[in-house]
Design a binder for this molecule. Structure first.
Ligand code: KG4
Ligand code: ZN
Length: 339
């Protein structure tokens, strides 16, 4: 079963060809970071326009790299949300057009279920059930994964996502957009104990929820008081800021793993590419006795291979959509304790 995956929910236009939900034959991502860098964040209208320009070339490149044609594709998986509606629509319309013209099954994929599927492209993926920490530019959630696409959200951020905290912090420090990776790199030479940034929401009664907007404000106060740091001071600020985000994510994840008695934890989404988070979670797993599964960095950030992998699993369960599938901006995961 060969699935073509398409993704355009935010600022990456991506196409991938994946065989049997496992073997990646092509994985092409066109990033628009230069388009948005000057604005310090994604400009939705510019994102949509760039997707329109990129979608067909990205698709053609994926087919060429996989050395296949549309005749060799068995199904089309596409992100249906959440994301920017004008952006989502581009891959969705392309997917619908191909599915209709070729008479192929169309499978709408929840973007976060896509992130959760990236690890199934690797050797030794986590068994079901397991715990997942989803940390992206738009979402921060602790999720119990019972099966492919069968998830229960235990907690989520009440304001900024972890990736947003990285990006907004980087913007305050004049490091451009998206800033997570730059902070990660600069932090390697810094002292994570140099500045005592707050560790928000680590109290037990906040359960599995997160809050990162106060951290950004603490950084703003620091910059107002001391100016925008440079050189070694900049590395120290990056390391200390990153350490605050990572410590909160790790403490909540290990607490949830213990309470849910889950021996396997996966981490996915763009912030899962963060080297400090990867190291801290692996160390926590070694100490507490849970196994940590993290995709390689390029499969943590947005890509279409993960969408194809998720689509394959949905197709196996017969979850095929019709041609009137819609793009949906907000698509909350089912939440524990909610009606
Ligand atoms: O999953 P993703 O590509 O897009 C969304 O679905 O949001 O995540 C993008 C986010 C951005 O906030 C970016 O700054 C962050 O992931 N990110 C990182 C790193 N690489 C990407 N954050 C921290 N450290 C990194 N190495
Ligand atoms: Zn994403």
């Amino acid at each position: 079963m060969r699935v073509l995956g398409l993704e355009s929910s935010c600022d990456e236009t991506a196409a991938a060809i994946v065989d049997d939900g496992r073997l990646v034959r092509a994985d092409v991502v066109a990033s628009q970071h230069e388009v948005h860098a000057a604005y310090g964040g994604v400009v939705p209208e510019l994102a949509s326009r760039a997707h329109v320009v990129n979608v067909v070339p990205v698709l053609r490149t994926a087919l060429a790299r996989a050395d296949v044609s549309l005749d060799d594709v068995d199904a089309i998986a596409v992100t249906r949300g959440p994301g920017l509606v004008g952006a989502l629509l581009v891959a969705l319309q392309a997917a619908k057009a191909i599915a209709w013209a070729r008479g192929l099954p169309l499978i709408g994929v929840h973007h976060l279920v896509g992130h959760l599927s990236a690890i199934y492209l690797e050797d030794d993926p986590p068994p079901m059930p397991h715990l997942a920490l989803i940390v992206s530019g738009g979402h921060t959630s602790l999720v119990r994964v019972d099966d492919h696409g069968v998830v229960l959200e235990l907690g989520a951020t009440r304001d900024d996502a972890a990736g947003e905290a990285f990006d907004k912090g980087a913007k305050l420090l004049g490091l451009g957009y998206p800033g997570g990776r730059v902070v990660d790199e600069l932090a390697r030479d810094g002292d994570p104990r140099a500045i005592a940034f707050p560790r928000p929401m680590v109290a037990r009664d906040t359960r599995d929820d997160f809050s990162f907007s106060g951290l950004k404000t603490a950084l703003l106060h620091h910059v107002r008081a001391h100016g925008v740091p440079e050189g070694a001071a900049l590395a120290d600020v990056c390391a200390s800021y990153q350490a605050a985000i990572v410590e909160v994510l790790v403490r909540k994840t290990r607490r949830a793993a213990r309470r849910e008695a889950l021996g396997h934890v996966q981490v996915c989404g763009g912030v899962a590419a963060n080297s400090a988070l990867r190291a801290a979670l692996r160390a926590a797993g070694d100490e507490d006795g849970f196994r940590v599964h993290i995709p390689p960095p390029a499969r943590c950030t947005d890509n279409a291979a993960m969408i194809a992998a998720a689509g394959y699993q949905l197709l196996r369960r017969g979850a095929v959509d019709t041609i009137d599938l819609e793009a949906t901006a907000s698509l909350p995961l089912p939440r524990r304790g909610a009606a």
